[in-house]
Design a protein around this ligand. Structure first.
Ligand code: PFF
Length: 457
């Protein structure tokens, strides 16, 4: 159902405010919240990190998210057209960055999505695949380096995304998000309650919420700030045109600041609940919280094992939860690409979905194979570093400049304030976008490059 028009071309629109919010929350809430946040929060000082993170989300995350939604609704177009700059010659470098970044991210995100499907299927089958040997690290390592099975599960995850995307914005993304997001939240609260009632859970709570001044000394406040900013970008899916694309389907009656505040608030709430669900359980099983994939695929199976038969039930619920999170995020990454192909070619929704999914299928399989011996370089880590340390910050800064130079601050404020009762914050927002946000992002960029190059700060 097309409700918007741009240059005579009909465009899709969200059918309801709730539908848009659930789709946008679905994009934001992903692997970043569930495995990245709990570990990073504990490592970088617990409560200290949490306070800094909340301030960073409120300042940097909120201003970037509103900026992208404003650009999207104002330009009413896919990223390539939205960021067009020349008058006669249509050049769109930011548009291409917003194609390239989600493309790289989704190519590895799908692979992790495949691992989740594998673990979910395995636990539905009774969990024997991990419990039989008890060596969770070896089970995981063997699986991801198996070229056939890891590829098969990656393909299943891509197919799950394609099935939703082919139905378009309203009947696909919106419909599915409206069911998956509330379900995710209920499961998360339940798993958190179970985790908090386990023996020894208090240690985990301390790790997460008691200020850890040692880590402040160890890492330094600048590194903690940098970690919080990187996490906010990653978690809110900003700096790659997702919110521009989702914002382009917004009708003029939606209040952008309120929506962005809800998305930021919900994303942070889910991250904190994920911390409550995972860290106390891991501590209770006497395991040190490890990073990223190790936490979900190695530490948690050991926790599930300690719970016996009930552990299988919790494992199934947990992998359903993380599957929902990853699925709606991958959908949003793919939607940026599909929207651009659909509006720049004559392929239509189905043809564009098929083309994008086909290309991403090939790159995802290549990334999957790079986890074993078939391809020697770990492309998953490489793509993750290139996108998070270079592409997201660079695109973020360019978006701020684009807004000020091409859309104009006054137009942007008018777009921002449509349907807002209170107008008093618009000047603060303009100041943030023009001065504070680009400087903060430049800081993430420099720190990221230095840490990648191995320079200690
Ligand atoms: N925001 C989602 C998450 O937290 O997992 C999706 C995502 C966006 C992942 C950007 C990675 C990324 F770089």
């Amino acid at each position: 159902m097309a409700d918007l028009v741009n240059n005579g071309q009909k465009r899709s629109a969200w059918s309801s405010k709730f539908g848009f919010l659930m789709a946008a929350v679905g994009s934001a809430v992903g692997l970043g919240n569930i495995w990245r946040f709990p570990y990073i929060a504990g490592q970088y000082g617990g409560a200290i990190f949490l306070i800094i993170y909340i301030i960073v989300v409120a300042v940097l995350g909120f201003s970037m998210l509103t900026l992208e939604l404003v650009i999207g609704r104002n330009r009413n177009a896919n990223v390539l057209d939205a960021f067009e700059m020349g008058k006669k010659k249509k050049i769109t470098p930011i548009g291409w960055l917003c194609i390239f970044t989600p493309f790289l991210i989704v190519s590895y995100y799908n692979v992790i999505g495949g691992w989740i499907v594998k673990y979910l299927v395995g636990y539905i089958g009774g969990g024997g695949f991990v419990n039989d040997t008890g060596d969770y690290s070896a089970v995981f390592g063997n699986f991801i380096s198996d070229p056939v099975w890891s590829s098969v599960f990656t393909v299943i995850f891509i197919a799950l995304c394609a099935v939703v995307l082919i139905f378009g914005v309203q009947k696909g993304i919106e419909k599915v998000s409206k069911v998956l997001m509330p379900a995710l939240f209920f499961i998360l609260v339940f798993v958190a309650i179970v985790s908090l009632t386990m023996d020894g859970a208090l240690e985990g709570l301390k790790y997460l919420f008691v200020p850890n001044f040692e880590s402040m000394e160890e890492y330094g406040i600048l590194n903690i700030l940098n970690a919080a900013m990187g996490q906010a970008f990653f978690s809110l899916s900003v700096g790659m045109g997702i919110a521009v694309t989702y914002g382009s389907y917004l009708k003029k009656d939606q209040n952008i600041p309120k929506s962005a505040a809800i998305i930021c608030g919900f994303d942070t709430l889910v991250a904190v609940f994920a911390g409550l669900a995972i860290i106390p359980a891991v501590f209770s099983a006497g395991i040190a919280p490890t990073e990223g994939t190790g936490l979900v695929f190695v530490a948690l199976p050991a926790v599930f094992k300690t719970l016996g038969g009930f552990g299988i039930v919790i494992a199934v619920l947990f992998f359903v939860l993380i599957l929902f999170a990853a699925w709606t995020s991958a959908i949003s990454l793919l939607e940026v690409l599909i929207a651009a192909v659909e509006e720049k070619t004559k392929l239509g929704r189905k043809g564009s979905t098929a083309l994008v999914v086909g290309v991403v299928f090939v790159t995802s399989i290549i990334v999957s194979l790079s986890q074993g011996d078939v391809i020697p370089t770990d492309l998953l880590t490489l793509f993750d570093n290139i996108t998070n340390k270079i592409l997201l910050p660079v695109t973020g800064i360019l978006m701020c400049i684009f807004l000020a130079a091409k859309i104009g601050m006054q137009n942007a404020k008018d777009e921002l304030l449509l349907n807002c009762k209170s107008r008093k914050w618009a000047d603060v927002w303009g100041f943030l976008i023009k001065f504070v946000t680009p400087i903060l992002i430049a800081f993430i960029f420099v720190m990221g490059i230095l840490s990648w190059a191995g320079v200690a700060i």
